[in-house]
Write a protein that binds this ligand. Structure first.
Ligand SMILES: NC(=O)c1ccc[n+]([C@@H]2O[C@H](COP(=O)([O-])OP(=O)(O)OC[C@H]3O[C@@H](n4cnc5c(N)ncnc54)[C@H](OP(=O)(O)O)[C@@H]3O)[C@@H](O)[C@H]2O)c1
Length: 252
């Protein structure tokens, strides 16, 4: 099957990081023009832009700041004229056990929810408003296995935020399908990136692999093709669905 995304303009948040970068590369290989969003890692984002071609450009925004979420969408529209697909991939995970002092625990909770779900809500709102006036579009939200299986107690906020992404995506799919807007959830399990590396370092790779049905850790390249497929329109009648990519570690 030949997937040609030529002429398609796609905003990928967190494209400076592990999964987002590989998604951006796969989209560009299929011909898409990618808005490479980053927060702190300008070097990674700018190197990626040079590599991608097809008119890719980088855009900075700290998604823990609501105004920067809105500004990001407008910045990309200003440069690209239109956006066809929004991929909400930026995310953070903060270990915050229950015995963390209450004010610090709340700070961690608020920061996690701001980046992982409030920013996603703001960007989805901007995208829906744009898509309604432009004949439609697609939203792909990178959630997590944690939304369904739950996580360990020090990651209460992370799991809650990812659960929120799922119900948000499903509500968009149900509410805006008639306006030609589709919304999907991709729910990875453990993926080898900077986010996951401390866990691998702490417990060892074989311990992590023991939790999987497969023999090897999921890599960003195991996630990206699904995102390209969803972006292409070939899966539009699956709007609202979740694609689990967790190496059989949680089948529900
Ligand atoms: N790795 C896993 O095991 C796993 C499993 C399930 C789901 N996921 C989800 O997959 C997505 C990508 O994760 P990853 O593993 O690729 O993580 P990663 O390598 O740590 O990359 C995270 C990305 O998010 C961006 N980001 C972090 N804080 C931000 C902020 N305040 N504002 C804007 N952007 C911010 C980072 O930008 P800068 O580096 O430029 O600051 C980076 O591009 C996340 O939503 C994560 O929850 C990951």
């Amino acid at each position: 099957m030949d997937i040609d995304l030529s002429g398609m303009k796609v905003l990928v948040t967190g494209a400076s990081g592990g999964i987002g970068k590989t998604i951006a590369r796969s989209l560009a290989v299929s011909g898409a023009t990618v808005a490479v969003h980053y927060n702190r890692n300008a070097e990674s984002a700018n190197a990626l832009v040079d590599e991608l071609g097809h008119g890719a450009q980088s855009f900075q925004a700290d998604l823990s700041v609501p105004e920067e979420c809105s500004r990001l969408f407008l910045d990309v529209l200003y440069k690209f004229d239109t956006i066809d697909v929004l991929i909400n991939n930026s995310g953070i995970i903060i270990s915050s056990p229950l015995d963390t002092p209450a004010d610090r625990w709340l700070e961690d909770w608020n920061r996690t929810l701001m980046v992982n779900i409030t920013a996603v809500g703001i960007l989805c709102r901007a995208a829906i408003n744009h898509f309604v006036n432009n004949g439609g579009g697609r939203i792909i939200n990178i959630a997590s296995r944690a939304a369904f299986r739950g996580d360990t107690p020090e990651f209460l906020a992370y799991a809650a935020s990812k659960g929120g992404m799922v119900s948000l995506s499903r509500t968009i799919a149900r509410g805006y399908g008639k306006q030609n807007i589709k919304s999907f959830i991709v729910a990875p399990g453990f993926v080898r990136t900077e986010m996951a590396q401390p866990h691998i370092d702490q417990y060892g790779e074989s311990f992590v692999v023991d939790d999987l049905a497969l023999n090897n850790l999921t890599e960003p390249g195991d996630v990206a093709p699904t995102v390209v497929f969803l972006a292409s329109g070939l899966m539009d009648h699956a709007t609202g669905c979740t694609i689990d990519i967790n190496a059989g570690s949680y089948v529900h």
